[in-house]
Design a protein around this ligand. Structure first.
Ligand SMILES: NC(=O)c1ccc[n+]([C@@H]2O[C@H](COP(=O)([O-])OP(=O)(O)OC[C@H]3O[C@@H](n4cnc5c(N)ncnc54)[C@H](O)[C@@H]3O)[C@@H](O)[C@H]2O)c1
Ligand SMILES: O=C(O)C(=O)C[C@@H](O)[C@H](O)[C@H](O)COP(=O)(O)O
Ligand SMILES: [Zn+2]
Length: 364
């Protein structure tokens, strides 16, 4: 098992990455001083419930924990206030109190929803992340939790850090290949924003990662989580540096909203957004390599780099204006300067963004 730490003073926590870890859930609860006197709520989705809920429940029961469970339909459309309210109903009926813990057992959708339940139930209770997708190496770390509004992604949310992250890579073996690819998009992002060597390592190891080679996967998830934890440790609430984790998200979030949550997976939309950011960067004077290498890396993973042609440019532009990245009348863009280096920009002309969106649509 490999271990990393997110350093946030009294809110610091470990990330455990390894094989066979689901069976250790109860032992980890004890290790982290979580009381067995109050019930635990496990939130999952229809897929992760079928595959892994029983194992987590059994591991907790063996250590004397009482559990309740709540499962949502799979996919982005479950990040809603309506399902948050349903989860709270289950929590109340099961007798969760202020010493209780919520577990997120699933990908980023479950993580974001369950985290927001934990952040808001009785004004905040303990929270444990058990990620089961590759993408969730990103969502399970850093404490951003949220649900969507039809007009904008993640617009109703909070910062609520978990007590620990228990990442059992055995669970990744049941992921559909489309989800594997989409998850790797955010792994690559961590290389592109912070670590040039890691970005090139991803490209060179694309086939191993797509085949879920355990050694390659543990290394990639560890390095991805490491970048995320360094950044979050320096700027938990995104006052400045943390914005770099948003590379590709200015365009990407708008694509998700306009496509109707679910048509484009988050990682797929963000990959296209990263190409858009690289194209804008080159137009604003950065070397052509920034774009060609980024495209090459995403191609190695079979990730699409063009916007689906049926999406309307004006709707995409207007969705960008509803995002948290639209502030003080300008769009905030994270732009690559080189592979492994990005800058936060508030000076990207809207006309250039529109031109880029149109260009990426013609490519599709
Ligand atoms: N909070 C953050 O910092 C952060 C970071 C990145 C992404 N996100 C959010 O994460 C979400 C995307 O997460 P995701 O890509 O994990 O999506 P997801 O949670 O929808 O999971 C993807 C699909 O895989 C299925 N699945 C999950 N684990 C499985 C397994 N082990 N085996 C088989 N199937 C499995 C799910 O049921 C779902 O159908 C988006 O809502 C995005 O906004 C949040
Ligand atoms: O943790 C962060 O900070 C990120 O930006 C990670 C992103 O991958 C993630 O999609 C996040 O939810 C986007 O944040 P948002 O504040 O733009 O919703
Ligand atoms: Zn993301």
């Amino acid at each position: 098992m490999r271990e990393l730490r997110v350093e946030l003073e009294e809110r610091s926590y470990p990330i455990y990455i390894g094989e066979g870890l689901l069976n250790e859930t109860g032992a980890m609860f004890e290790k982290h001083g979580i009381t067995a006197k109050s019930p635990v709520l496990i939130i999952s989705d229809e897929n992760t419930a079928g595959l892994y809920l029983r194992r987590v429940e059994d591991a907790l029961k063996q250590k004397g924990y009482r559990t309740a469970s709540y499962s949502v339909p799979a996919g982005e459309q479950s990040k809603t206030l309506a399902l948050l309210q349903d989860a709270v109903t289950v929590a109340l009926e099961a007798g969760l109190d202020r010493s209780s813990t919520v577990i997120a057992l699933g990908g980023g959708v479950v993580g974001d929803l369950a985290g927001f339940v934990a952040a808001t139930y009785m004004r905040g209770i303990r929270f444990v992340q058990i990620p089961t997708t590759i993408l969730a190496h990103d969502s399970s770390v850093g404490g951003k939790v949220a649900v969507n509004h039809p007009l904008a992604k993640n617009i109703i949310g909070a910062f609520h850090q978990p007590d620990f992250v228990l990442y059992d890579i055995d669970t990744l073996k049941t992921l559909p290949i489309r989800e594997v690819r989409a998850g790797l998009s955010e792994v690559i992002k961590h290389g592109l924003i912070w670590n040039e060597d890691f970005a090139y390592w991803c490209e060179a190891n694309a086939s191993k990662l797509l085949a879920l080679d355990s050694e390659a996967l543990i290394y990639a998830l560890y390095e991805g989580c490491k970048v995320k934890s360094i950044v979050v440790s320096q700027d938990e609430r995104e006052n400045d540096l943390r914005a770099i984790l948003n590379l590709g998200h200015t365009i990407g979030h708008a694509l998700e909203a306009v496509a109707g949550y679910g048509e484009l997976l988050h990682g797929e939309a963000i990959a296209i957004g990263m190409i858009g950011a690289a194209r804008i960067s080159v137009k604003m004077g950065q070397p052509q390599d920034v774009l060609t290498v980024t495209e090459r890396i995403f191609n190695a993973f079979g990730l699409r780099t063009a916007i689906p042609a049926h999406l309307d440019t004006d709707s995409i532009m207007s969705a960008m204006m509803h995002d948290k990245k639209f502030k003080e009348g300008t769009m905030v863009f994270i732009l690559p300067k080189a592979i492994g280096k990005v800058e936060i920009h508030k000076d990207v002309p809207i006309s250039l963004v529109k031109e880029t969106v149109d260009f990426l649509k013609q490519e599709g």
